[in-house]
Design a protein around this ligand. Structure first.
Ligand SMILES: NC(=O)c1ccc[n+]([C@@H]2O[C@H](COP(=O)([O-])OP(=O)(O)OC[C@H]3O[C@@H](n4cnc5c(N)ncnc54)[C@H](OP(=O)(O)O)[C@@H]3O)[C@@H](O)[C@H]2O)c1
Length: 212
């Protein structure tokens, strides 16, 4: 049975997946690059100079077994990208998704076919409807839920996420978009494990308990 998975989603100690305000110059707001420094040091990110420790072992799972991705509008571009007909995402002409990629937005536009197998499709749909479309495209493979925090939260809240890999980074952001708001008691639906890395981050996995 194909799964819905989140990987490498980095949050601060106080649960923020991005700082504020988000902009073209600062996609993660006042968080800057601090949420992802652990990942930049891995071989997954930097095949030349990256290391192959605990962080890398988790990071590489981002690439395994996915047939589609769903992301929120604020991951696809800075505030106002919907007003720019030339905006094609942050990732250049060969984005790192290599599958159909569904961007949730209240202002959809025609699909964008990129190089390397990524096509961005723009959907104004409920989480359930969007997941149905993505699963159809993914076939036997899993669907990656790429973030940010608001869209992950809405899918978890709807009971649609099987596995989350969250990376707790030892910084306090105080403001931004938070993953946990409205998810009180979410731990009762998941088996939760943690692995502390020498780098200072803690890898959390939340695996949905069987619904039998
Ligand atoms: N920490 C990490 O590892 C990580 C990973 C990925 C991204 N990020 C960062 O997270 C930030 C974005 O996160 P975010 O929480 O602000 O926003 P987000 O989840 O990326 O996007 C939320 C927006 O998506 C649209 N949307 C969501 N659900 C929808 C639905 N069912 N139907 C139609 N539209 C829907 C709405 O935009 P509209 O109403 O404007 O259409 C909504 O405001 C960015 O800074 C990004 O760089 C962090």
């Amino acid at each position: 049975m194909p799964l819905v998975r989140v990987h490498n989603f980095s949050i601060s100690l106080d649960g923020f997946g991005a700082g504020a305000p988000q902009s073209l110059e600062s996609p993660f707001g006042h968080a800057g690059e601090r949420l992802h420094e652990w990942m930049f040091a891995t071989r997954f990110w930097d095949p030349e100079a990256g290391h192959q420790g605990v962080d890398d072992a988790f990071a590489v799972r981002h690439g395994d077994g996915f047939g589609a991705e769903i992301m929120g509008a604020n991951k696809f571009g800075p505030p106002g990208w919907q007003d720019d007909p030339d905006w094609r995402g942050w990732w250049g002409e060969d984005p790192p998704f290599h599958t159909p990629t569904y961007v949730l937005t209240h202002r959809p536009r025609p699909p964008l076919e990129m190089q390397g197998g990524t096509t961005f499709h723009f959907l104004d749909a409920s989480p359930e409807e969007a997941l149905g479309v993505a699963q159809e495209a993914a076939g036997d493979l899993d669907v990656r839920l790429g973030g940010g925090a608001s869209s992950i939260r809405s899918f978890v809240s709807a009971g649609l996420v099987d596995h989350l890999h969250l990376v707790v980074v030892p910084i306090v952001l105080g403001r931004g978009t938070r993953i946990w708001d409205g998810l009180d008691g979410v731990e009762s639906a998941y088996d939760i494990e943690s692995v502390a890395s020498p780098s200072g981050v803690v890898h959390l996995t939340l695996t949905r308990r069987s619904r039998t």
